[in-house]
Design a protein around this ligand. Sequence first.
Ligand code: LLP
Length: 451
Amino acid sequence: MTFAETFFSQRVRMTNASAVSPLTRQGPTGQRLDRRDGALCLDGVPLAQIAATVGTPFYAYSAMALRADYAALRHAVAPHGVEVCFAVKANSNIHVLAEFARLGCGMDIVSGGEMARALAAGTPPRRIIFSGVGKTEAEISAALQAGLRQINVESAAELEVVSGVARALGLRAPVAFRVNPDVDAKTHAKITTGRKDSKFGIPAAEIPALYAAAAARPELNVVGLALHIGSQILDLTPFRQAWQTMAHLVKDLRAAGQTVSRLDLGGGLGIGDAHHPGPDLAEYARIIGETVAGLGLELNVEPGRWLCARAGVMVSRVLYLKPGDAADFAVVDAAMNDLMRPALYDAQHPAETLHNPRQAPGTQAHRLVGPICESSDDFGKYKNLGTLLPGDLVAFLDAGAYGAAMSSTYNSRGLVPEVLVDDGQFRVIRRRTEIRDALNLEEGEAWQKAC
Ligand code: LLP
């Protein structure tokens, strides 16, 4: 039995334990949300019970969903020898990372902070890849001393710094070059990273000379190439184009006498939404097989969203109702600082009431908005919530990726709690920050004379 089958069968066993209404939400490998006597539950735990314990807003993640989605992806790509490294930026809570680390998942990090989190979660350094366009000398030094798997270098200038740090430490730095394949990932402009006008990667034409120069340096161990063309990619064609470009480049480098042993295929696999079913995993794996699997390379992917988005919800309470033109406003206690994706990318997260929706004739659509003093603090218009009343609880779905990880304390709001649900239990895995936490950081130090 595969991991996915094991977890799915556990899921089925749990859901059979009590009377369950038709599914409201399914993940790729099983259901996470359902209604029991009308109450919306995450893996059998009523979200309203968590709200009563930790207050609102809060994030909740299903540990089983995290494990099942990892297992499904791993199962799909493993036949091509592909390792999975979770992009920590999508959800950097160390308890979430630990779920993946325990399963042997590697990590893709972009800062010293993320390195500390990946290590704290128990990821062996040899499974950690350091990506990012602006690593500092201190971060590079920490990465080399920790013995990370590789540093994905994004410019000739960065290569110089890596070289210098490695020489100073007397260490050999494992580096891969991030290629900019000039492929449009056909996703939101703000999360498109593989076009030639983007700041990321090195143009393919410049790679051979840089690769040869780096390979000649004793302080560098040039292991291969990397790329990442964007995020929330729903059409798999750009992956095919980009990976074909990489395959050509690998062959050219080898023909020129270089050793290329690794290829990091990037992240970016999107999840379905109301308008699109989402890419097919088997097809994704097939494209890997057709483009790069035959090259005798160590391969890895670095997905973030696909592994954790559907495992998480953000729950919020309705504060006030206000008549509006096209839709009534429901002012909720969560805001753009808690879930930035609607404000930044016009994303609309599906929403469900925690109670069975009250259907009344003439029920209007609701526009869910937060308390922040900006019109961008708007989660969008919803037609499925029935009649809302103050005090009602609403869950925003698919919020496990780039939700809590991107939250801020704008308007001096605290960071909201994160809760992990597992095996019929729940635990707080990040506490709510209070204003005293923020004020403590601002105690103010002694004045220093400027010269
Ligand atoms: N690898 C690298 C080098 C990346 O920059 C990223 C994401 C990933 C992997 C993971 O991508 P994923 O599989 O999660 O699509 N905040 C945006 C997404 C930004 C993604 C940035 N880079 C959002 O909420 O949609």
